[in-house]
Ligand binder design. Structure first.
Ligand code: HEC
Ligand code: HEC
Length: 326
């Protein structure tokens, strides 16, 4: 070691001298021949701090980036189980029973897949097609805490759909096997019923064209609405019908009829989706299927429901939602 003056030094000052007072090395009592060790430590402190505060986390992040992500590595197909745990379990629960850690603070409740009932379906039996589930994952469910996962790639979304189906089957089967335990049916029968209950049924035929919302169509729609829908949705569609207080979902949670003047549709506001909701209802909620009404009445109802949230459309060009709701 050399001093700042270039003089060779025979012995480095020891931090604690055996002879001098603590902190004052006896070999260089006045610190004349070089910086005292305290100053060296003090001078190095900022560099040490920079190292700890900035370089270390950066190095950690670089390392984390370099490590292959457990589920997204390109050479292996995405694991639905891992994706589900990461993105869904906190609300829907590890087993898909709707009992995730955050579930208690949410309304509407996260879906209990094991109930085997899904709101936004295009099938007669209330079990969604892959496209129905894909739409839910891409768009989320407006007006609820169900987020959109459109940022995930299609392989990831398809893996998640498989996971939702597996959890649905497991939940439905578990309930049936309990009935079998009680002697209500053979276990083999439980497996057979679970498989059919979880398979999407026939898809609803949706008209290719929807009639324009003429004044006559809206007037007819309003009439049917007053008869069939107003008890829940209220006379002007604000979700304040006389039945509201008694409405519950099949999972036991409170149900509220939609305020149709807000224009927020969980399944989307295009006429085909609104048609599907009116025809099939929202399974698991009190919103009933109206598929026994004549087809023209359903189409008029669709026009009327959409007109409730689009008062401005009255000013549009003729033939294109041009008529004012009477
Ligand atoms: C922050 C909580 C939360 C997270 C995270 C979440 N969900 Fe949901 N999810 C909900 C809620 C709440 C509902 C019910 C909404 C309703 O009934 O309006 C729901 C409903 C659903 C439904 C039912 C759709 C239907 O038609 O009934 C599916 C399927 C679903 N979620 C899948 C998923 C998947 C898969 C993930 C993870 C990629 C996920 N959810 C993450 C809260 C969440
Ligand atoms: C027994 C009560 C009840 C009746 C009758 C009823 N609804 Fe509903 N409706 C509901 C409830 C509850 C919801 C909300 C369900 C949910 O979000 O889980 C709803 C939701 C809706 C939605 C929103 C769909 C979406 O994508 O978000 C539409 C549209 C709708 N109802 C139209 C109608 C029409 C048209 C009729 C008459 C043919 C009708 N409802 C009859 C209870 C009812």
């Amino acid at each position: 070691m050399t001093t700042t003056t270039g003089q060779p030094q025979t012995e480095a000052p020891s931090p604690v001298s055996p002879t001098g007072p603590i902190g004052v090395p006896a070999a260089d009592p006045a610190g004349i021949h070089g910086p005292r060790w305290q100053w060296v430590v003090l001078g190095a402190l900022p560099f040490v701090l920079v190292l700890v505060v900035w370089v270390a986390p950066a190095a950690y992040m670089l390392r984390a980036k370099a490590e292959p992500a457990p589920v997204d590595a390109p050479h292996q197909p995405p694991s639905g189980i891992a994706l589900y745990e990461r993105h869904c379990a906190q609300c829907h629960g590890d087993k898909g029973d709707g009992a995730g850690l955050t579930a208690a603070s949410l309304w509407p409740l996260p879906r209990n897949f094991g109930e085997g009932r899904f709101r936004l379906v295009t099938t007669q039996n209330g079990i969604p097609t892959d496209d129905d589930l894909l739409a839910v994952l891409r768009n989320g469910i407006p007006g609820s805490s169900m987020p959109a996962f459109g940022h995930l790639g299609e392989p990831e979304l398809r893996a998640l759909i498989e996971r939702v189906r597996a959890l649905t089957y497991a939940g439905v089967l578990e309930r049936l096997l309990r009935q079998a335990d009680d002697g209500d049916m053979e276990p083999a029968e439980a497996y057979r019923i679970a498989a059919t209950r979880c398979a999407p049924g026939p898809v609803l035929a949706v008209p290719k064209q929807f009639p324009p919302p003429t004044a006559a169509s809206l007037a007819r729609g309003r009439e049917v609405f007053a008869k069939v829908c107003a008890s829940c949705h209220g006379p002007s569609g604000r979700g304040d019908g006389p039945q509201v207080a008694q409405l519950v979902n099949t999972d036991g949670s409170r149900a509220r009829p939609r305020d149709l003047t807000v224009g927020r549709f969980k399944g989307g506001a295009d006429p085909a989706q609104v048609y599907a909701r009116i025809m099939l209802g929202l399974p698991g909620s009190p919103m009933p299927a109206s598929n026994l009404l004549p087809q023209e009445e359903i189409l008029d109802l669709g026009n009327y429901v959409l007109s409730l949230s689009r008062p401005g459309a009255a000013a549009g060009p003729a033939g294109d939602r041009s008529s004012r709701a009477p």
